[in-house]
Design a protein around this ligand. Structure first.
Ligand SMILES: C[S@@+](CC[C@H](N)C(=O)[O-])C[C@H]1O[C@@H](n2cnc3c(N)ncnc32)[C@H](O)[C@@H]1O
Length: 361
């Protein structure tokens, strides 16, 4: 097939993207960038791509089934200015858009989570406008449509509190009609029942520092570039067996913003695999850690099957498991350590292990 006929790749992979990737390179052109979170079947992002060939659009979706449908739709439409990502929207904003690079965000019928208990699952909450303003360019917009008035009102309240934004339409942040805006499946359903829609819009007018509590809520924001995943190599006495190490199951760490849980431990002859859950702020990461033999002794590292973002919580989890190994073998010493030293030392102290005494000379 001649090069000009090679179809552009529609689907991107979150794990393969470095922080703040070069979007011009990914789209193959210099472009204004827009994001849609929760694309569903992809009909809206397809409409955007067709109607604005000079602009570039990234669509993200957490539901794998919808995501596949959307990928097929965009492939069929043969658009080179639309890319799709199976990922959670706030993670994408934190990791993949450098400050002041995004021109607009579309949210069509975000899940309203109407039950009181589930409300905290809403994508747009008190923290979200702060995250979004940091990624938008001055002049960039937030545009949301919903059928659920209480959500629309709450979103207006949150955005109004973040002084980076002003209402989008002549000082009004809400309207019921938006001519020429594409009606997705959900819009068609509500309109056919004679129900009103609520369009909410804000524009970024200035850039603000991200407050500490927002950084805690979105821990990926604290990553500095393409950080490596933590690993620890421990020199152990020659005649040790992995079966001598015991691990508790359940919650093994809890502080105000972080919980680490060992879900399950699988012991093999030459390695141990641990199923780990880390919850920090709004971020939940599940991954495997492997403890295996290494030329220098034992290595504790994240298993390649599911790579988490290397947040403080992931450093804490690796430090805890390394501490368990050190606790099992009093003569063992750390020979290589890629955990953040403040995190590692803090964990070791909580195990009553003195970090200085367990470091190989
Ligand atoms: C009610 S549907 C609306 C779909 C589409 N926007 C439309 O109007 O037809 C909400 C969609 O958002 C997706 N979604 C919800 N929260 C998300 C998040 N945090 N990141 C990415 N997608 C999300 C859901 O899986 C679902 O497909």
């Amino acid at each position: 097939m001649p090069e000009s006929e090679v179809k552009p790749q529609v689907e991107l992979k979150y794990a393969e993207l470095k922080p703040f990737p070069d979007w011009c390179k990914i789209f193959g052109k210099t472009c204004e960038l827009f994001l849609e979170i929760g694309i569903g079947n992809g009909e809206f992002v397809e409409w955007l791509g067709k109607n604005h060939p000079e602009k570039c659009f990234l669509g993200v979706e957490v539901n794998r089934l919808y995501f596949k449908k959307a990928v097929n739709r965009i492939k069929k439409a043969d658009l080179n200015n639309v890319k799709l990502l199976h990922a959670e929207g706030s993670k994408v904003l934190c990791k993949l858009f450098a400050p002041s690079t995004l021109s607009g965000l579309y949210l069509n019928f975000p899940d309203p989570w109407v039950k009181k208990k589930q409300k905290k699952r809403r994508l747009v909450n008190e923290f979200f406008p702060w995250l979004l303003q940091s990624r938008l360019k001055v002049g960039g917009f937030f545009l949301m449509v919903t059928d659920y008035q209480p959500y629309a009102e709450e979103v207006i309240e949150f955005f109004s509190k973040c002084k980076a934004f002003v209402p989008l339409w002549d000082s009004r942040p809400i309207k019921n009609e938006f001519p020429n805006y594409y009606h997705t499946k959900y819009a068609r359903k509500w309109l056919s029942q004679g129900l009103p829609l609520f369009y909410v819009g804000f524009k970024k007018v200035k850039h603000l520092e991200i407050p500490e509590e927002v950084l805690n809520y979105y821990p990926i924001l604290r990553l500095e570039g393409d950080e490596a995943l933590p690993a620890v190599v421990i020199k152990v006495p020659q005649k040790v067996s992995l079966s001598e190490i015991t691990f508790p199951e359940g919650v093994v760490w809890r502080d105000k913003n972080l919980v680490v849980k060992i879900l399950e431990v699988f012991k093999g002859k030459n390695s141990i695999l641990l199923d780990i859950l880390v919850s920090e702020g709004s971020l939940l990461q599940r991954f495997f850690v492997v403890i295996a033999t290494h030329p220098d002794g034992l290595i504790v590292k994240v298993h390649d099957s599911e790579l988490p973002d290397p947040t403080k919580g992931v450093h804490t989890a690796i430090s805890i498991l390394a501490a368990e190994v050190l606790k099992s073998f009093p003569q063992a010493k750390v020979v290589q350590n890629q955990c953040k030293s403040s995190v590692f030392n803090n964990v070791l102290k909580s195990f009553q292990i003195q970090p200085e005494l367990r470091k190989a000379p």
